[in-house]
Design a protein around this ligand. Structure first.
Ligand code: BV8
Ligand code: ZN
Length: 259
């Protein structure tokens, strides 16, 4: 049941039909068709001289708070302007055909929620949950940005409403631990599920990239959706090489036809 391009293999449909528990593991590729640059493409303009992995770190925020805060505010503005795409909507629809479905995302946008997914675990935090870098107090920002940050704009982070220290994005940076509760929930779901989909992720960032391996080890069917080959291709039961916004609606159509 290896690589297919356009039709959905019946074995995938059958696995979904008989599944009690499904995990949908997503990365930046699922938001690509909403116009949100994937992590590596998000470095344009001023940030092009930085490497994403170098910029998404506590050290970079300490050294260049205005560059890092400007980058995240530009990404937050992108996310606020974006709309869920057919992949997000199909994933939300799939939950209606499966007894238990959990979305585990590495993305920091809220497009899964806006598409109607209810159970979403954010392994790497959210652009929409800024907090104080010192006392951790959550900061509430108006959704409409004060000014549309253009690419490369440096913006000084605001001061914490409680202690005055710089506010930071509510995301997990490289070198930072994932939120413990969320990680345990994701790990348990991967080890108990019947089917795990890995959609739009380069499967390079750990520990998140461990989830498909944990599901495989526990005997689940693992299906990957990605236009390109990733390190997961050789382990997945099926690799659907296509864009998520094309593949996922066809998959949900196939599942609902057979019901
Ligand atoms: C931790 C939030 C330690 C921030 C992110 C050496 C070996 C192994 C591990 C390490 C190592 N050195 C360091 C590490 C650890 C490190 C790590 O894994 N580094 C990697 C790069 C080697 N991990 C960490 O630091 C993690 N923490 O380990 O803590 C620790 C332990 C205990 C106690 C204390 C500390 C924290 C990692 C979290 C980092 N934060 N995001 C932000 O968003 O700014 S990760 C970030 O990069 C994204 O969230 C994403 O997960 C990841 C990759 O970004 P992209 O490539 O853009 O996105 P993605 O991977 O999803 O790829 C896009 C894919 O979509 C592509 O495959 C593309 O083909 C596909 N696609 C494109 N279009 C479509 C599509 N697919 C479908 N349809 C389409 N239309
Ligand atoms: Zn504070």
């Amino acid at each position: 049941m290896k690589n297919t391009h356009h039709d959905i293999p019946s074995a995938v449909v059958d696995a979904l039909q008989s599944a009690q528990r499904v995990v949908i593991f997503t990365g930046a590729g699922v938001s690509a068709e909403s116009g949100i640059a994937t992590f590596r493409d998000a470095l344009t303009g001023l940030w092009s001289r930085f490497d994403a992995q170098a910029l998404a770190t506590p050290e970079a925020f300490r050294a260049h708070p205005d560059v890092v805060w400007g980058w995240y505010e530009w990404r937050r503005a992108q996310a606020l302007r974006a709309a869920p795409n057919a992949a997000h909507l199909a994933i939300a629809a799939l939950a209606r055909h499966v007894p238990e479905l959990l979305v585990v995302t590495q993305n920091v946008d809220d497009l899964h929620e806006r598409a109607g997914s209810h159970d979403v675990a954010h392994l790497h935090g959210s652009l929409h949950a800024p907090r104080c870098s010192a006392c951790g107090t959550p900061q509430v920002f108006p959704d409409a940005l004060p000014q549309e940050p253009d690419e490369g704009r440096r913006i000084d982070p605001p001061a914490c409403t409680a202690c005055g220290a710089p506010v930071r994005p509510g995301v997990v940076w490289f070198g930072e631990s994932l939120p413990t509760e969320t990680w345990i929930t994701a790990l348990r779901a991967a080890e108990r599920c019947d089917v795990l989909f890995s959609i739009g992720t380069s499967a390079l960032v750990y520990p998140a990239a461990e989830l498909p391996q944990r599901a495989l080890a526990a005997g689940a069917t693992v299906v990957q959706v990605n236009p390109v080959v990733t390190p997961l291709d050789r382990y997945a039961h099926c690799n659907l090489h296509g864009a998520a916004a094309e593949v996922m609606p066809r998959l949900v159509a196939a599942v609902s036809e057979h019901l």
